[in-house]
Design a protein around this ligand. Sequence first.
Ligand SMILES: [Zn+2]
Length: 363
Amino acid sequence: MGDGRPRLSTPVVWTDLHRLHEPGGEVWVGVRTPGTEVPERADRIRSALADAPIVEARPQREEAVLAVHDAALLDYLASAWDDWEAAGLTRDPGQDRVVPYIFPHPALFSPGVSPALPAAASARGGRFAFDTMTLIGPGTWEAARAAVDTAVTAADLVLAGEPAAYACCRPPGHHATRSGFGGSCYLNNAAAAAARLRAGVGGKVAVIDIDAHHGNGTQAIFYEDPSVLVGSVHVDPGAGWFPHFLGFAEETGGGTNSNVPLAPGSGDEAWLEAVRSLAGWARAGGAEALVVALGVDAASGDPESPLEVTAAGFRAAGRELGALGLPTVLVQEGGYDLGTIGALVREVLLGVEEGAGETGGAI
Ligand SMILES: [Zn+2]
């Protein structure tokens, strides 16, 4: 570069299709708010990584998505917007995004009775969404599907011999479960990358989620799969943070799941100790490849979390993860401070390269 900045060698997988997803805000406590999961996030990251090799996401067959999601969820997401519009809901009551309003809460049902798929487009979303914040617009499905392509392309690069690859995914994915979506996530990109790696390496794969929020979707998808270890460090849901209902330390999945909840206000020291312990846990569990669910919303100053991690902390986390010496796919999750998101992702990627170099490993 000639400007003294270290040059990134990790390939960055990218698609312009992410811009098709304009959430149009979110409905939180019944109020339409501007939301923070905006197209500019990915564009800011890409410009901070301008010196890295860019690889266009390759379209993947549906099997890549079906490896981690039910067909019913895909069928719903693929047609949700068209059905909403065809039902006239954009005119009456004048709602320009798909917003669920009724949910099949377990308390509705007698034993042995399961929820029907609602005939009304206005009600169908509640069958699959677990919150009201994750709105569907005209290009949401195409962008979400392209985000899976992005993550799986990164996995393929690693399986072809790249020591590490970064998937600049948007919308994010780690809150999406096998049959449900929410938390600004529609399809679980990191899980799809893990499934591809699992098929490619034959041995165990670890997912380490360093986003500020619990990766509940990835946990749920692999909870009973001993071949995919899932660890997550996040702000304690018991202290009042999304996803509220789960993400606690006692959710261990018989030993293949590890949650490290942190108190609000936790900074580099506690957060890095958690990253270090999850890395050691993945190593001890016999992981042969790694997916990093890379949210940078644990940053001090991020509007969506109360954690206080610094840029140096993100660099050090990258070093810890790179030092595992495993083939590594990094998949973008959260991160909502547009002023710092790109620089923080860059710190993690540089850290991974440094850590891998120190092990004398494949990089
Ligand atoms: Zn997050």
